[in-house]
Ligand binder design. Structure first.
Ligand SMILES: C[S@@+](CC[C@H](N)C(=O)[O-])C[C@H]1O[C@@H](n2cnc3c(N)ncnc32)[C@H](O)[C@@H]1O
Length: 353
């Protein structure tokens, strides 16, 4: 993995793509299972709070016998999570360092494990009959937007499950978007399909003048309000419950953003979303699309951590597809930037006349 070099590190010396360093620990199925066990049993906590531990402490922590513990330690060692010095066990310096991205590490493991049974039982179906695959898959069952209209305890709990995944990915992807677009010029931003508000929150944290409106389905907005409620930026973030395909949306916006939403939809719907953005913008306002490029499998094997994104391989479009739609809607001054994250992304901006 190479860190993109087209942007300088930010003020605290970190780079928006630093988080990609976790991927080297997430290659094979057993890398994931070993790390998952080490995280969920508290072994990683024990190792991170001590310089070194011995085998007896590891056995205790794992509540496993010597052979079980040695087996896990061997899997972790071969993955360079830990190293052995005589009888002592310690985290490698690099792994200790990337533990600051633990939320994403845990999310990637959980998400891959959640969708793996879909791939095991239905890969041929996915290739032959995508509609049938969607009907039987846990991934598409998880993202059940039909449960996002009526606010009930059950719908909130089910919706929170997938929002945890999207919010954690977005926490890191937002930094890449911020590094490539100057949001300081705006006051009113509207994020369509803005989910938990994580993206808007990151923007508001960085830009003190920004006022954000998040458009999303009612249950998603309820969960989102809780997500940002305790942050200093909460009073600059409002949630607007709507079906963005059919409802009238707030207007007078300086910028309308679509982050990782348009790929979910067929072309007539993306056309409608873009029309809605046009209507909501002030003259001279900006629309911004931040999306993953189509998954390319070139010379590298697909790591297990990519399973969730891989299952969307029919959905991700090229930037040209959206450029054509923006032009059809009367947008001008179109710019495209390509950004390398764990897969390529692009950031498109365009202006309303
Ligand atoms: C794949 S998620 C992306 C979320 C967020 N933009 C991010 O990148 O983390 C798509 C979002 O679109 C929302 N959504 C789906 N249908 C919608 C609709 N008709 N109107 C408004 N939002 C919708 C979903 O609830 C979800 O939050």
């Amino acid at each position: 993995m190479t860190i993109p070099v087209n942007q300088p590190p930010n003020h605290n010396g970190s780079h928006y793509a630093d988080y990609l360093q976790i991927d080297r620990y997430l290659t094979t199925f057993m890398d994931h299972q070993a790390l998952n066990s080490a995280l969920e049993t508290g072994l990683i906590d024990l190792l991170s709070s001590h310089q070194q531990i011995d085998l007896a402490q590891a056995c205790d922590c794992l509540r496993s016998d010597r052979l079980g513990t040695e087996t896990l330690l061997a899997l972790l060692a071969v993955n360079q999570v830990i190293e052995r010095q005589n009888a002592r066990i310690q985290l490698t310096t690099h792994f200790r360092n990337i533990l600051r991205f633990r939320d994403l590490l845990e999310t990637k493991i959980a998400f891959s494990n959640l969708v793996a049974p879909d791939v095991m039982s239905g890969f041929t179906t996915l290739l032959q009959n995508p509609q049938q695959f969607m009907k039987q898959s846990r991934l598409f069952e998880l993202f059940g937007y039909h449960r996002c209209f009526e606010v009930t305890d059950e719908n909130m709990a089910l919706t929170r499950r997938w929002m945890r995944f999207t919010s954690t990915y977005t926490r890191y992807e937002a930094a890449a978007c911020l590094a490539h677009h100057d949001f300081s010029q705006y006051r009113q931003i509207m994020d369509i399909g803005g989910n938990s508000g994580e993206f808007s929150w990151q923007l508001c944290r960085q830009h003190a003048r920004l006022l954000a409106t998040i458009i999303d389905l009612p249950v998603v907005c309820e969960v989102g309000m809780q997500h940002v409620a305790d942050t200093p930026e909460a009073n600059r973030i409002r949630f607007f419950k709507a079906n963005a395909l059919s409802d009238q949306l707030p207007d007078n916006m300086d910028i309308v953003t679509f982050k990782s939403i348009l790929h979910d939809w067929p072309e007539d719907a993306t056309q409608r979303f873009i029309e809605q953005a046009y209507t909501s913008l002030k003259p001279g306002g900006t629309v911004l699309i931040f999306e993953r490029s189509p998954i390319q499998i070139n010379n590298q094997r697909l790591p297990y951590s990519m399973l969730p994104m891989f299952l969307f391989f029919r959905s991700f479009r090229t930037s040209d597809d959206y450029v054509a739609q923006l032009q059809n809607n009367g947008f001008t001054d179109i710019t495209i930037q390509h950004i390398e994250l764990e897969t390529p992304f692009y950031l498109i901006t365009a202006k309303k006349q």
